[in-house]
Design a protein around this ligand. Structure first.
Ligand SMILES: O=C1O[C@H](COP(=O)(O)O)[C@@H](O)[C@H](O)[C@H]1O
Length: 237
């Protein structure tokens, strides 16, 4: 397990540039070696970072397969849908089609949606082993949550399933599915991108005080961990 690479930049714009340059490197390496790039997307502030940064990178978009680190179980037309937000902000601006996004079935209850998502994911990964993403793009909420793994929630200790349902998310909407830690920590690259003073205290609690909060538990066993921080987010380190 390697220690996190902390990349400190000045502004939110620099976070976006640094994040998207890193994605470009990881994507193009994966495409060169495996002919496909498998990436997990988070929601929240990351959506806007990618909307601004991805149109500037050079890659073979046809080789990208985009999964969700977590997703809200709501119709894709809902403002709460992470896929819906990416569809609005990316499709038409970069040459990606909807079919390259591995989407949840929002008509199912969370438990079935999680099972269904595992079925949809399986063909993209080696059989009989834990899926290994080339990259997971992660956000961190002000409470230290990442994906839909919230402080104190029993899902933090989930080890038996790749994707778990959650129906009592403390942050609305309550019904979601999420990657669990075994699969998160099996990724080749876990990348946090954080901007703003509002996250500074939590960044300090995770990276300096090493508090056992969900984002602290992201520790890829045989992969790399990056934290890209702007001046505000890094101000208490
Ligand atoms: O609810 C969620 O929140 C986190 C953090 O969002 P942010 O806006 O504070 O960056 C996000 O990473 C996750 O995917 C999302 O479902």
């Amino acid at each position: 397990m390697s220690s996190p690479q902390i990349i400190r930049v000045k502004t939110e714009e620099d976070v976006i540039t640094s994040l998207c340059n890193l994605i470009q490197d990881v994507a193009n390496k994966a495409i060169e070696t495996e002919d496909v790039f498998k990436i997990g997307l988070s929601g929240g502030s990351l959506i806007n970072f990618l909307a601004l940064g991805l149109p500037k990178i050079t890659t073979d978009w046809s080789k990208w397969r985009l999964f969700f680190c977590d997703e809200r179980v709501v119709p894709s037309e809902s403002p709460d849908s992470t896929f819906g937000a990416y569809r609005k902000s990316l499709i038409g601006k970069i040459p990606l089609s909807e079919s390259q996004f591995i989407q949840i079935d929002p008509h199912l209850a969370a438990e079935d949606a999680a099972r269904d998502y595992i079925r949809k994911m399986a063909p993209f990964f080696a059989p009989d082993s834990l899926p290994r993403f080339d990259a997971l793009l992660l956000g961190m909420g002000p409470d230290g949550h990442t994906c839909s793994l919230f402080p104190g929630h029993r899902l933090l200790d989930e080890t038996s399933v790749w994707i778990a349902p959650i129906t009592n998310s403390p942050k609305p909407p309550p019904s979601r599915i999420t990657l669990t830690f075994p699969i998160i920590n099996n990724a080749e690259n876990c990348i946090f991108a954080i901007a703003g003073q509002g996250k500074a205290d939590m960044v300090k609690r995770i990276l300096k005080d090493k508090e056992d909060l969900p984002s602290y538990r992201v520790k890829p066993t045989d992969g790399k961990l990056y934290w890209i921080l702007d001046e505000g987010a890094a101000s208490l380190l």
